[in-house]
Design a binder for this molecule. Structure first.
Ligand SMILES: [Zn+2]
Length: 256
């Protein structure tokens, strides 16, 4: 009898021990399942912060920046020549080069316009500091300094010297070329106004924005800034200027 009691006690202890073991084991499995979650959350945060940084600090001065700025308050570095100039599309003169990303985007834009039955033509793209000096001095001798400064840039201040600007005309109605209101009214001018941002270009000198840009209305002058920035600017307003969007100085008076 005593022996039977001892065997029963051992069995009961064994069952109890098993129950306790499995209970503890279950608990540790459950806590193991919950621990990976916070780790994943912590590692995700720094990546998001790192990718947000470049857009927070736009670069208006470096030679390789797509946001390099030229206006009457921002002179380009002395003797600046972009390092990645490449042939864009034929413009009938020697000024058909642009920086590589802009040249590729311009080709793509011209093809897309042609597919819509709109015939764009390139009039002028990259202009060297020397070429700009010749152009500007020509305007000064024809019209005087005051008028020349409204329609042309002094050398070192031209958007064309960045290699990111293009003067675009109509290949079917060239009589409107380089005329603000007239070119804006052509099918080519309207197509550019609506679609240029899709290829990374903004209208650089919109109507009535001289106080910001420093120049009269140039419906034909488009500037490459990249698709993301061009779309963001366009979405504020198709006639939002670079100067307004980035809150940088411009204006009609040369600062140097
Ligand atoms: Zn121009």
């Amino acid at each position: 009898m005593k022996r039977i009691m001892t065997v029963l006690l051992v069995i009961m202890l064994a069952v109890l021990g098993l129950a306790v073991y499995s209970y503890l084991n279950k608990d540790s499995q459950a806590s193991a399942a919950t621990t990976p979650e916070p780790t994943a959350e912590v590692t995700a945060q720094p990546t998001a912060a790192a990718t947000a940084e470049p857009t927070a600090t736009p670069d208006f001065t470096s030679g390789d920046s797509l946001l390099i700025l030229a206006n009457k308050s921002h002179k380009l570095p002395d003797g600046y020549v972009p390092s990645d100039l490449t042939w864009s599309v034929d413009c009938g003169t020697g000024a058909c080069y642009m920086r590589e990303p802009a040249a590729e985007a311009l080709q793509e834009m011209f093809s897309a316009a042609a597919a819509d039955g709109v015939n764009l033509t390139l009039l002028s793209a990259y202009r060297s500091e020397d070429y700009q000096a010749t152009l500007y001095n020509g305007y000064v001798s024809s019209y005087g300094t005051e008028r020349a400064d409204k329609i042309s840039s002094r050398p070192g201040y031209s958007d064309h010297q960045t290699g990111l600007a293009a003067d675009i005309g109509s290949s079917t109605d060239s009589s409107a070329d380089l005329n603000g209101p007239l070119f804006a009214a052509t099918a080519e001018g309207q197509w550019l106004y609506e679609h240029a941002h899709e290829y990374g270009f903004i209208e650089r000198y919109p109507d009535g924005k001289e106080e910001y840009t420093g120049y009269n209305f140039e419906s034909w002058h488009y500037r490459y800034v990249g698709v993301e920035t061009a779309t963001a600017i366009y979405n504020v307003d198709p006639e939002e200027t670079f100067e307004e969007y980035f809150n940088v100085s411009g204006g009609t008076t040369y600062t140097e």
